[in-house]
Design a protein around this ligand. Structure first.
Ligand code: ADP
Length: 446
């Protein structure tokens, strides 16, 4: 069944359903027609017997019939019996072989050898003791004839009806599945052409196919973005690594060839060392970014006193304590990963010093506002121009690479953003060129 197309399956199911319904309808019609035929026959019997009884006169042993009396009319035979059950007038139908006893005024069915009969008797008294029985007999209608007619009609009409059902169901299924054909065709053309920029672009709607198509489009969009990002990342990473490697290569070749004095060799080695430190830093940043990306370095959240975390971090680092001002609200406990959170704070504070004025200040503050834990790092340094503010979160983006110093490769803020996201939070930036910047982490309270 799984190998058969859904359209054919729907057509088959609908056809079977319609055939069963048509069969049931036929059976129902046959039952109804037989009930109606029987009822009509009984009414006919009652009517004929009643009207004929009024035309029978039995007085002083003599039996007379008024004008209009008929022994046989409309399939009903009228018979007259004396009180002992002996036939006085009329002709018993040959196929009625029963010697049914007389019952006054009730229609009943009497089984006879060949046919079944409806029987209705009336007692017609002449005095206190004497009288005659007037009996009406009518053959039970042959239902088979009606049924046969119905069956013939059904045999002719049913194939036509079933062909219409098959064509109609297939047409409906085909029409209903047309959007799915579009989706399949576009998805396979995307697959064949390896072109993730294509979209299914079904007109917007609330039906299942439109939703499926828009989910696919969103999926393609995300895939395209992540492939692009991956490509960009690989290109940037190799570019960033190539620079220190070629400096190291050039310096060592030059040193081997031309350095003669210990001073010259020392100078070359210092340069090589500086570049290798830069490379080591870059590689370790790239590694932890990839781990964060892949989720291998997921957040291990634990209830942490945020104020304590900031204070102990600032104590451990060799930051200029004169210029670092803490403004911390005590007792703020948040569910964070202490290692990742320390990395976030360290990145922000180091940037604040790096891009601050030589004698400027860095303010770290912690507060709770609007159901959020709010941690901000502010400086009074060079600031970031409005058009750069969105870009600084991108990997490898640097406003002025010459200012980033050793080890800086434009990865710090993108890591900060990722760590915030891993905690269910987000980052905001307020900055004014030449006046300073404030980077703020917003962590929703859980
Ligand atoms: P980098 O290694 O270059 O510091 P980041 O990702 O940490 O990389 O920062 C990206 C860029 O954003 C930096 O190169 C710098 O131009 C800018 N930037 C970051 N922090 C600040 C700040 N506090 N003040 C001004 N500019 C900043």
């Amino acid at each position: 069944m799984r190998n058969i197309s859904v359209k054919i399956r729907i057509t088959a199911w609908l056809t079977i359903l319609m055939a069963v319904l048509a069969g049931l309808l036929l059976a129902f019609m046959m039952a109804i027609s037989s009930i109606v035929a029987n009822q009509t026959a009984m009414d006919q019997l009652k009517e004929t017997v009643r009207s004929n009884v009024q035309l029978v006169n039995y007085e002083n042993g003599s039996l007379q019939f008024d004008d209009g009396f008929s022994f046989y009319s409309g399939g009903v035979s009228i018979l007259v019996y004396n009180q002992n059950g002996a036939l006085m007038a009329g002709q018993v139908p040959v196929s009625f072989t029963s010697d049914e006893t007389f019952v006054n005024g009730t229609v009943r069915t009497v089984e006879s050898d060949d046919d079944d009969y409806y029987v209705l008797d009336f007692w017609l008294p002449s005095d206190w003791e004497n009288g005659v029985w007037v009996r009406g007999l009518m053959e039970e209608p042959e239902n088979s004839q009606i049924s046969r007619n119905l069956l013939i009609v059904a045999l002719v009409a049913l194939p036509v009806f079933m062909i219409l059902v098959i064509l109609g169901s297939y047409g409906i299924a085909k029409r209903a599945f047309r959007p799915l054909d579009n989706i399949t065709a576009t998805a396979s053309s995307i697959n064949e052409a390896r072109d993730l920029s294509r979209r299914i672009n079904l007109p917007p709607g609330r039906d299942e196919f439109s939703q499926l198509a828009s989910t696919f489009d969103q999926l393609f969009e995300r895939l395209e973005r992540s492939f692009e990002a991956e490509k960009q990342f690989t290109a940037d990473a190799s570019h960033e690594l190539r620079t220190p490697v070629s400096i190291i290569k050039g310096a060592s070749e030059y040193g081997l060839k031309y350095d003669e004095t210990p001073e010259e060799r020392h100078e070359t080695l210092t340069m090589i060392h500086r570049q290798s430190v830069k490379m080591a830093e870059l590689i370790s940043q790239l590694l932890s970014m990839t781990r964060l990306d892949q989720g291998t370095e997921g957040a291990h959240l634990e209830k942490t006193d945020m104020g304590e975390l900031i204070k102990s971090m600032c104590g451990e680092q060799a930051w200029d304590k004169e210029r670092l001002i803490l403004n911390i609200k005590d007792g703020i406990i948040s569910e964070v990963d202490p290692i990742l959170m320390s990395r976030l704070i360290q990145n922000l504070v180091e940037n604040a010093f790096k891009y601050g004025k030589p004698d400027g200040h860095v303010w770290v503050s912690l507060d709770r506002k609007n159901n959020e834990t709010v941690l901000s790092v502010k400086d009074d340094g060079i600031g970031i121009a409005p058009e750069q503010q969105d870009k600084v979160w991108q990997r490898f983006y640097q406003v002025d690479p010459s200012r980033s110093g050793e080890g800086g490769a434009g990865l710090g803020l993108s890591m900060v953003k990722q760590i915030a996201r891993l905690h269910g939070g987000y980052m905001t930036l307020e900055s004014e060129n030449g006046k300073g910047s404030t980077f703020t982490l917003h962590l929703p309270e859980k």
